[in-house]
Design a protein around this ligand. Sequence first.
Ligand code: NAD
Length: 370
Amino acid sequence: MAANKKLLVLPGDGIGPEVMAEVRRVVDWMARKRTVSFDITEDLVGGACFDAHGCAVRDETVADAMNADAVLLGAVGGPKWDSVPRQHRPEAGLLRLRKDLDLFANLRPALVFDALAEASSLKLEIVKGLDILIVREATAGVYFGTPRGEETLPDGTRRAIDTQSYTEAEVRRVASLAFELARKRGNKVHSVEKANVMETGIFWRRVVTELHKAEFADVELHHMYADNCAMQLLRDPKQFDVIVTDNLFGDILSDEAAMLTGSLGMLPSATLGAVDAGGRRRALYEPVHGSAPDIAGTGAANPLATVLSYAMCLRYSFDMGDDADMVEKAVQNVLAGGLRTADIMQPGKAKVSTTVMGEALISELDKLAG
Ligand code: NAD
């Protein structure tokens, strides 16, 4: 048995526990078949935590998250908690985890499975086989810069101000991470800004260039303006491997790239932080979708986004690329076999429930493991 890794599982609300139950099957399968076992702690977050403890996340849970090798989260929220005081709203639990763990980089892959390529709004040949990763700086930039606010000018008219600001350290840490991740993938990084019109863009480009020269010269680096990147993502997305960009551009470009792949129920994500004194990089993995209260309890939830988030966890937190590949391949095969949850249903395919999709994944993993 390999040394146990600590995984904190937070299923959350709505469909969170339903999709997480299918991930637990995959985790258990790996413990049995791949001799990789995790020390798993499961805890409450969001509305479920509020109901039990009167807060959206407990201090003990945050401490566990700090000590875990990775955190895997389902989703939080729902109309049941709409009238709860703001500081105890389900989202506050997630925000606190992100803040206390200092998770500065949001990772959103756009991975197109062959069987779903036709669901993309782009032509099949443009998206087939697509596998790109957007690394978005998530704790600085224009969403946090000061001064910000609205004011009335001496002539009585009003104006509003946001400030885009980046320190060298903020750019370096997210760019370093992007270069490191690229080394585990296609070894190519596109650094995206607006150096043609923004001071922060010129600065971003300079810092990334210096860092590349000093520490990552083996990785192929390209610079691209954000508006061109938005265009290139639609024209020829397969030219990209890893894209690293600031908070604002990343917000927009990651949504654009995600939609190349079709459905919300298929989209995983990760937020990563700094490496701690013990050499561990703090990390939270979660599907992009929310708690989907409209379908919670009906067995219609697609568990694949959360399963793929777990595959990201294997790849990026545990350096288990082969196992991550295997999980992704199992997803690919289940889809190729024609099984679909309602959200990705296509004519002529078989509509299945959350649990049947999970069972099919395990059968595929069995086949792949021989
Ligand atoms: P949502 O992502 O929960 O749902 C949007 C639509 O997509 C719904 O019709 C839903 O049924 C469908 N959908 C989402 N995930 C699916 C899946 N895995 N399988 C099948 N269909 C799926 O977004 P929303 O409706 O805007 O928000 C619902 C609640 O979730 C709100 O309380 C919101 O605050 C919360 N939320 C949480 C997170 C998070 O935990 N990270 C993210 C977004 C929204």
